[in-house]
Design a protein around this ligand. Structure first.
Ligand code: GLP
Length: 241
């Protein structure tokens, strides 16, 4: 694991966008794994700027998102489909056919999970996976207790995660109880992983992920075994290191 500590959220976003852009420039048909949540928004904003001002093209890129809420259709404003189109895909030139996000309203969710794993394999695996981190150390929606050999599957969200994400919904009751997420093993197969974290609220999770024992109770601690994993975090998120 390499840890890059920068001053603030803006620098986290800029550094992350530079790494994504570097990947696309060296491999225009790169397979990129994207994350949602509030943390990557600044990175996506910077990528949109690079697309507009510097000619960064996503036209050959394929994308795979980490997760999606079960029960939210792609046009639901809190779905991760909606988020990705609003925050990155609409303003850039990525091809619709190359975008992959788990379908949280699939009739057969188990089948959807299998299909998702297959499509990652068919694409040749993920070259660069972006991650955020939950306050309880979750990555994607792999909550504490998720086995390190887990694959894409339906999971139950912890109450802390539902409460943390309730700020995006009208009430806690509207936050879905389940999600589809890539598993820890799916994430660990990405050739390169970059985890972003900003703010004091993430300091404990970041410190446990980097310095703590490898345990399924801190899903991000699995990353200690990844051969090419970079944490880009600001001073506040690094305050307990
Ligand atoms: C959600 C997502 C995660 C994300 C986490 C943290 O639960 N499934 O992928 O990392 O939230 O979000 P935020 O960046 O808003 O703190």
């Amino acid at each position: 694991m390499i840890v890059l500590v920068v001053r603030n959220y803006e620098e986290v976003s800029l550094e992350a966008a530079l790494k994504v852009a570097e990947t696309i420039r060296s491999k225009p048909d790169a397979v990129l794994g994207f994350a949602t949540g509030s943390t990557p928004i600044g990175c996506y904003r910077e990528l949109i700027r690079m697309h507009r001002m510097e000619g960064l093209s996503f036209s050959k890129v394929s994308t795979f998102n980490l997760d999606e809420y079960v029960g939210l259709s792609p046009d639901h404003p809190q779905s991760y489909h909606y988020y990705m189109f609003q925050n990155l895909f609409n303003p850039v030139d990525v091809k619709r056919d190359n975008i992959h996000i788990p379908n949280g309203v699939a009739e057969d969710l188990e089948e959807e999970c299998r299909r998702y794993e297959d499509s990652i394999k068919q694409a040749g695996g993920i070259d660069l996976q972006l991650l955020g981190i939950g306050r309880n150390g979750h990555i994607g929606f792999n909550e504490p207790g998720s086995p390190f050999d887990s694959r894409t599957r339906v999971v139950k969200l912890s109450e802390q995660t539902r409460m943390d994400n309730a700020r995006f919904f009208k009430s806690l009751g509207e936050v879905p109880t389940h999600a589809i997420t890539m598993g820890i093993a799916t994430i660990m197969e990405a050739k390169r992983i970059i985890l972003l974290a900003s703010g004091e609220a993430k300091a404990e999770a970041v410190s446990k992920a980097i310095k703590g024992p490898k345990t399924i109770m801190v899903p991000a601690s699995a990353l200690q075994d990844h051969p090419d994993c970079l944490f880009i975090i600001d001073k506040k998120a690094a305050s307990l290191l």
